[in-house]
Design a protein around this ligand. Structure first.
Ligand SMILES: Cc1cc2nc3c(=O)[nH]c(=O)nc-3n(C[C@H](O)[C@H](O)[C@H](O)COP(=O)(O)OP(=O)(O)OC[C@H]3O[C@@H](n4cnc5c(N)ncnc54)[C@H](O)[C@@H]3O)c2cc1C
Length: 424
């Protein structure tokens, strides 16, 4: 019989399991996850769940009863500690082992911690799990000063959510503005203003060199010598892919577990998906590790298709989204955003599109919009917001077409599908 073991109970692992059943795979599927919850999605942790507006089950990848109903054994609360490639088995931390014909590695990432004196004081948290979000919400409720360290996606979203709860927040960023590295100066300026308009204090070009307190954190010290009072510090300085298992098993690791278009490592029956996988993106003509929700889901599903014998290489475009305050943002394409910026609409209105084009080829597309109803825990609902959205299918065609009319691209009066050559 065919036995599949999935390491990691996050979105990539869970998507692989559900796609295996959707593809008609009737062998043994075992999913091993070190957290004590059924597989869940993380985006709500910095948004609705952090604000207390949604509960845990809303973040579950599938309803809890799905697993038993579809004959998938979910082993929660236990890690896989070793892969035996010769014996075709994995060893779990409880001393048991599982044999496999196919192994799907999807252990995700861990949050980077602040390695400074006082970095382990009480009240210093990273955000990756339900428990982290619960702790941050509980402490923020009566915090006098919250300091968020890191102006990436999570730092920016946590700042927004805490401000929405009316918690006093200071956001310290190492760049000039939040999201500058992810989105460039112009959009970073917009997010900077959004935070300030909502009452967040921003500290640009700030590096924290120590945290101070008496067991519990009371303040942060910057490299410039400034003291920032803080009784809760949320450290959001990026994530590190959990590649140790793969590395110890002798698989090729180079900024992630290196896989081919079928998500196979150099061991053909060991696949990798999600945050840990460095995947070839044909549209970008290079391999990339994409630490986002869309990649975890699509790669998990793709790994399942490889197991059942499909031989179509992975061909998704990188995609990510973010919700902050009243705004939603979606991005498709090359995260390096090569080329010249073309804006469609008025950025001041917070409802516009932005494209990056090189010689009539659109390399990346971004849409920003204002939510017309409350943002939801389930990212599947993401396209339901009324108005101002881009159609992902049109965007995909646009990004894959040469000879795009740049004038029409920047003209909001020309419908976007009319800009796609061949679609006219
Ligand atoms: C707070 C937060 C907000 C986010 N918001 C967005 C967003 O708005 N938009 C977006 O596009 N992306 C967002 N992301 C990113 C997105 O959630 C990740 O890219 C996605 O979770 C990756 O899925 P994964 O399955 O690869 O890994 P994970 O979700 O990390 O899941 C891996 C699981 O495997 C477990 N595990 C690890 N090692 C082992 C082992 N040895 N044995 C067994 N189990 C193991 C882990 O404990 C974990 O439960 C956010 C992430 C966070 C943390």
């Amino acid at each position: 019989m065919n036995e599949v073991v999935i390491v990691g109970g996050g979105l990539a692992g869970a998507s692989a399991a559900s796609a295996l059943r959707a593809e008609g795979f009737d062998g043994v599927v075992t999913l091993v996850g070190s957290e004590s919850h059924p597989p869940y999605e993380r985006p709500p942790l910095s948004k609705s769940y952090l604000r207390g507006e949604s509960d845990r089950p809303e973040a579950y990848v599938t309803p809890e009863e799905w697993w038993a109903r579809h004959g998938v054994e979910v082993r929660t609360g236990v890690r896989v500690r070793r892969i035996d490639r010769v014996g075709r088995s994995v060893e779990l931390a409880d001393g048991t082992s599982r044999r496999f014909d196919w192994l799907i590695l999807a252990p995700g990432s861990r949050a980077r911690t602040l390695r400074v004196p006082g970095g382990d004081l009480e009240g210093v948290r990273t955000l990756r799990t339900f428990e982290d979000a619960d702790e941050i919400r509980a402490r923020a409720r009566d915090a006098e000063h919250v300091l968020v360290v890191g102006g990436g996606w999570i730092g920016s979203e946590v700042t927004a959510s805490l401000r929405q709860l009316d918690v006093p927040v200071t956001l310290a960023v190492s760049a000039h503005r939040p999201l500058e590295r992810a989105l460039g100066e112009r959009l970073a300026g917009l997010y900077d203003r959004l935070h300030r308009d909502h009452g967040a204090a921003l500290l640009p070009r700030t590096r924290i060199v120590a945290l101070e307190g008496d067991g519990r954190v009371r303040a942060a010290r910057t490299v410039a010598g400034d003291r920032i009072p803080a009784d809760l510090v949320v450290v959001a300085i990026g994530a590190a892919p959990l590649v140790d298992l793969a590395q110890d098993a002798g698989l090729t690791v180079s900024d992630g577990v290196v896989v081919d278009g079928l998500l196979r490592t150099d061991d053909r029956t060991v696949l990798a998906a999600g945050d840990i996988a460095r995947v070839p993106y044909p549209d970008l003509r290079r391999s990339l590790r994409v630490e986002h929700w869309g990649a975890a889901r699509a790669q998990g599903e793709h790994a399942a298709r490889t197991v059942v014998g499909a031989r179509q290489p992975y061909a998704e475009l990188p995609y990510f989204y973010s919700d902050q305050y009243e705004t939603g943002m979606e991005f498709w394409g090359d995260p390096l955003r090569p080329g010249e910026v073309v804006v469609r609409g008025d950025p001041e209105s917070l409802a516009f599109d932005m494209f990056w084009q090189e010689d009539g080829r659109v390399r990346a597309a971004l849409n920003m919009h204002v939510h017309h109803h409350h943002d939801h825990a389930a990212p599947d609902d993401h396209h339901d917001h009324a108005g101002g959205h881009l159609d992902p299918a049109v965007v995909a065609r646009l990004l894959r077409s040469p000879g795009v009319d740049v004038g029409a691209l920047g003209d909001p009066d020309v419908p976007l599908d009319a800009v796609v050559p061949g679609d006219r």
